[in-house]
Design a protein around this ligand. Structure first.
Ligand code: PLP
Length: 390
């Protein structure tokens, strides 16, 4: 074999069948081959297991999908390139012209945009309500034939809690499927509810390191069968190297979620006791208006703490800029703490009336609590609050 050929056909290094890597290797390959054309064709027809092309599946990505499915108490999962990508592909894959979708003012902004702008262009209509408006949900479902109910809990950024049992019951009664973005609550919560499709941004708690993006839809295998076909032509595939990093991040997921949630509660309590703060939004606080519902649905309350400063947007800016340990950045769920000032948070697509329902005020600040020493974070928050009051 000449050298230009050798570099394209490197020597194989077979690993003996009784010799296993402790950490699964990264299958950084787009293509897989079988030894015969016949086996290739059988695989393409779904008559035998194996891999063919990365856009359809890859062993590294598949391992991550199966791990995530088991964490969320379902039996299948499709991983994609980002959280927003999985929201878009799932909603596109599940709807057709003439369908109606029920969605919520308090949802993640890009989800609202996908429903309004993208699905709207293809003749999918929607009704947008407050996640707290159960009577409105019942009314909408009983008067308009609805394909999907798309919601989150806790919501971003003010951590309102959706009554999941009530919403899934109403959806089922009226023949709608439920799609829940469960990114905030994590993979270990809400699995016992009759949610049809769970969506997650893997960019957040799964990876934990804030250095990689990913998304996932998790559901019963029968529900994902059609979506798998749609996803393979929409093409927002997760790269195996990213899948490997996310799988590695999951090793510490439970410890991180627990520690970061405990620190978030301590910070929420400190904020609630401070005169510069008008209101704290954290479902783990007894003062949260839906604390009892949160306790019924969740075992841990997450790492997002939002609060309203009495001094409004300017106080929010001073608070944010006085912090030394919180990066002024979007995202959440990684090990470093983050802050979003009111100027960074304000939804731009809502009417004044919808903005009032969203409960995001001129002085709302959002914190994402990381894995630093809680004492250091509390001290930093103290500096921020002093600046907010100045
Ligand atoms: C609730 C929620 N869903 C989805 C996303 C989007 O995830 P990604 O940034 O991975 O696209 C975010 C991002 O902040 C989010 O907060």
């Amino acid at each position: 074999m000449n050298k230009p050929t050798r570099v394209n056909h490197p020597p194989p290094v077979p690993v003996p069948a009784d010799n296993h890597p402790v950490v699964a290797p990264i299958y950084q390959t787009v293509k897989f081959e079988f030894e015969s054309v016949e086996e290739t064709v059988r695989n393409l027809r779904g008559e035998r297991p194996g891999f063919h092309y990365m856009r359809a599946s890859n062993p590294t990505t598949r391992q991550l999908e199966l791990t995530l499915a088991s964490l969320q108490d379902r039996d299948d999962c499709l991983a994609t390139a980002s959280g927003v990508n999985v929201i878009a592909q799932t909603l596109l894959g599940l709807t057709k012209q003439g369908d109606h979708v029920l969605c919520f003012i308090e949802s993640y902004g890009p989800t609202r945009q996908i429903i309004r702008r993208l699905l709207g262009r293809f003749g999918v209509t929607h009704t947008m309500l407050s996640i707290e408006d159960l009577a409105g949900i019942e009314q909408a479902l009983s008067t308009t034939s609805t394909r999907l109910v798309v919601f989150e809990s806790p919501t971003n950024p003010v951590t309102k809690i959706a009554d999941i049992a009530a919403i899934t019951r109403l959806a089922r009664r009226h023949g709608a499927q439920t799609v829940m973005d469960n990114t905030f609550a994590g993979f270990h919560q809400h699995g016992e509810y009759e949610i049809d499709y769970f969506l997650h941004s893997l960019t957040k708690y799964a990876s934990g390191a804030g250095d990689v993006m990913g998304g996932a839809v998790i559901a019963r295998a029968a529900l994902l069968r059609t979506l798998r076909t749609e996803f393979s032509v929409l093409g927002g595939v997760l790269d195996p190297h990213a899948a490997f990093l996310i799988q590695r991040g999951l090793r510490t997921y439970f410890v991180r979620y627990r520690e970061q949630s405990a620190c978030a509660l301590a910070i929420a309590q400190r904020l609630a006791a401070h005169p510069a703060v008008a209101r704290v939004h954290y479902p783990g606080l007894a003062s949260h208006p839906q604390h009892e519902l949160a306790r019924r649905q969740m075992r841990e309350f997450g790492t997002i703490v939002s609060f309203d400063l009495r001094g409004g947007a300017e106080a929010g800016r001073r608070f944010t800029e006085a912090l030394g340990l919180f990066a002024k950045a979007a995202s959440l769920g990684s090990t470093e703490s983050l802050v979003m000032a009111p100027q960074m948070l304000k939804p731009r697509d809502l009417t004044a009336e919808q903005l009032a329902v969203s409960a995001v005020t001129e002085g709302t600040v959002r914190l994402s609590i990381g894995l630093e020493d809680p004492k250091d974070l509390l001290e930093d928050i103290g500096r921020g609050l002093a600046a907010a009051e100045a």
